[in-house]
Each structure stands twice: as structure tokens, then as C-alpha cells.
Design a protein around this ligand. Structure first.
Ligand code: NAD
Length: 280
């Protein structure tokens, strides 16, 4: 049976280390989160970000907007945060209300405060191996998990299912820089099984529950499950048929308790690192 990768434990180690380092600072790192959406998942994610920030001793401000908010009002709020010396990281919780243009709003964030690494300047820097101000949290967390478990990346065939701007694409870039041979599959990929079967490391980020079945996984492969789907019962499940795939894989992440906690730990780490860079 596969070794179950304990993302929660590794994330807690990162958080405890950050808490210790933060306690030694006179001025504390500040994270601002913009919430302009009334969906329940976004509210839960934002509260969790606030809870973790406060636990570490960061300053945390959530800016909540209702449905009537205009594009101009959000842009103005971001300009103010860009100028606020107490704020080191700015995060716009996605998705936004439908009438808002997320791409335009993200472009207004000062790239030096872009804690999610979504600003086009940071995406461009990542793609050019030019040290972005911050690297997207979920891909960064996945690389940390692989390294913590001494899973070799260089030379491996890695298949990522899902090509979003926040997970699949930046993860492909990071893994390519680590000398892996990366295949990026998506909803229009033909014969997905024949591709996933070749993976030494298979990473799924689709939000399609149980998409990855046991017969799609090579024996001994490392399986990383990014997906989170809430079932009608309220239970959270991943993209991978965990109970069956764990008998074939060599390592596997659970949902919850795998990639999710690493994303939040990396967000906190990014806030701390932006603080240091802005105070050099
Ligand atoms: P998205 O919805 O923007 O994109 C999904 C991707 O999956 C697309 O590229 C699509 O082509 C692909 N896809 C969908 N169905 C597919 C199928 N049947 N076969 C092959 N490819 C398919 O996704 P996202 O924002 O990257 O999120 C993906 C999932 O990861 C969601 O469940 C989300 O909740 C979760 N997520 C988890 C974390 C975490 O920290 N654990 C972070 C971000 C996203």
C-alpha cells in the first residue's frame, strides 16, 4: 500500500517555523484579502486565511464587498492597499462576482505585493526563471511536499491533469525547471488514460470527483490530488479514487489533509517573504 503523504503535518511545521520568526519581528507582516463574492466556499477560505494569519501574529484585514460593488471601487481599494505600508501581501479571493473583471483587477495589484503570484509580471518572471516576487501557493506547496518526501523530480515523466492559471500551468513551469518531462492534460485531451498510465508522478487538479481511477495509474506511481469537491453529504473528496488507487501508488496525498494545508502554509510563507523583501 502507498505511503500517505501527510500534508497537514508538513504544513504545520512551516507554520510553526513562521510563527517563531514572526515573534522576533518588531513590525508584523500584513496580509489584505479582498472578498467580492458571496459563495460559501470563498467565505470559508477567506476565514481560514484570516485565522492562520492571526495565529502567526500577522496583521490581517479582510475587505468584504457586496454585490453592488463596482469594478472602479475594487480598483480604488487595491490602489489604497498598494500604498499602505502596513500591508505586504494583497490577495483577491477568486472567483469574483460575475460582473467584475478579475484579470483587470489582479493587474492593478503592485507585483511586489502580489502574494498569490497571479500578476502577469510574476507569471512572466516565473516562466522566464526570473525569481517572481511570489510563486503561486498550490504549485509551490506541491513541490515542497515532493521534496520533503525525497521524491525525485528530475528526469521523471510527470502528468498534470488540469491546465488552470492557478495550478496546472504554473506547476508545469516549476516542474520543468526542476528537469521533469511534463505533460499537461485537460478536458479536451484524447485518451486520458493512456497518458496518465505513463506518469511516474501523476497530479490531478480538475475538481472532477473520482476522475482518476485505479486503471489509469501506473504501479508505483506517485499520485498528488489537488481537487476538492464537496459531496451532497458535506464530505470533501478529491479527483482520485483514493481507496483503490492507494493500493497501486507508491505515495498518495489524501483529501483533505494533503495539498490543501500546504496551499495555506505557502500563502503565509509568501506573506512573510514579501514582508522581508519590502523591508530590506
Ligand atoms: P479550473 O476549474 O480552473 O480548471 C479545471 C481544469 O481541469 C481545466 O483545465 C479542465 O480542462 C480540466 N478538466 C476538467 N474536467 C476534466 C476531465 N474530465 N478530464 C481532464 N481534464 C479535466 O480548476 P482549478 O481552479 O485549477 O481547480 C481545480 C480543482 O482543484 C478544484 O477542485 C479546486 O477546488 C481545487 N483546488 C485545490 C487547491 C488546494 O489547495 N487543494 C487549490 C486550488 C484549487
Amino acid at each position: 500500500m502507498a505511503i500517505i503523504i501527510n500534508g497537514k503535518k508538513i504544513a504545520n511545521e512551516i507554520l510553526e517555523n513562521l510563527k517563531e520568526k514572526t515573534a522576533k519581528l518588531d513590525k508584523k507582516p500584513g496580509l489584505a484579502v479582498i472578498l467580492a463574492n458571496d459563495n460559501d466556499s470563498s467565505k470559508v477560505y477567506v476565514s481560514s486565511k484570516e485565522k492562520h494569519s492571526l495565529y502567526l501574529g500577522f496583521k490581517s484585514c479582510i475587505y468584504r464587498f457586496d454585490k453592488k460593488v463596482t469594478q472602479g471601487e475594487l480598483i480604488k481599494a487595491i490602489h489604497e492597499l498598494n500604498e499602505n505600508p502596513n500591508i505586504n501581501g494583497i490577495l483577491v479571493q477568486l472567483p469574483l462576482f460575475e460582473h467584475l473583471n478579475a484579470n483587470e483587477i489582479i493587474e492593478v495589484i503592485n507585483p511586489k505585493k502580489d502574494v498569490d503570484g497571479f500578476h502577469p509580471i510574476n507569471v512572466g518572471k516565473l516562466n522566464s526563471n526570473l525569481n517572481p516576487w511570489a510563486v503561486c501557493c498550490t504549485p509551490k506547496g506541491i513541490i515542497k511536499l515532493l521534496k520533503k518526501y525525497n521524491i525525485k523530480i528530475a528526469g521523471k515523466n510527470i502528468v498534470i491533469v488540469g491546465r488552470s492559471n492557478i495550478v496546472g500551468k504554473p506547476l508545469a513551469t516549476l516542474l520543468t525547471s526542476e528537469d521533469a518531462t511534463v505533460t499537461l492534460a485537460h478536458s479536451k485531451t484524447k485518451n486520458l488514460k493512456s497518458i496518465t498510465k505513463e506518469a511516474d508522478i501523476l497530479i490531478s487538479a480538475t475538481g472532477h470527483a473520482k476522475l482518476i481511477k485505479a486503471n489509469m495509474v501506473k504501479k508505483g506511481a506517485v499520485v498528488i490530488d489537488v481537487g476538492i469537491t464537496k459531496q451532497p453529504s458535506g464530505k470533501l473528496v478529491g479527483d482520485v479514487d483514493f481507496e483503490k488507487v492507494k493500493n497501486i501508488a507508491s505515495y498518495i496525498t489524501p483529501v483533505p489533509g494533503g495539498v490543501g494545508p500546504m496551499t495555506i502554509a505557502c500563502l503565509m510563507e509568501n506573506t512573510y517573504e514579501l514582508y522581508l523583501k519590502q523591508n530590506q
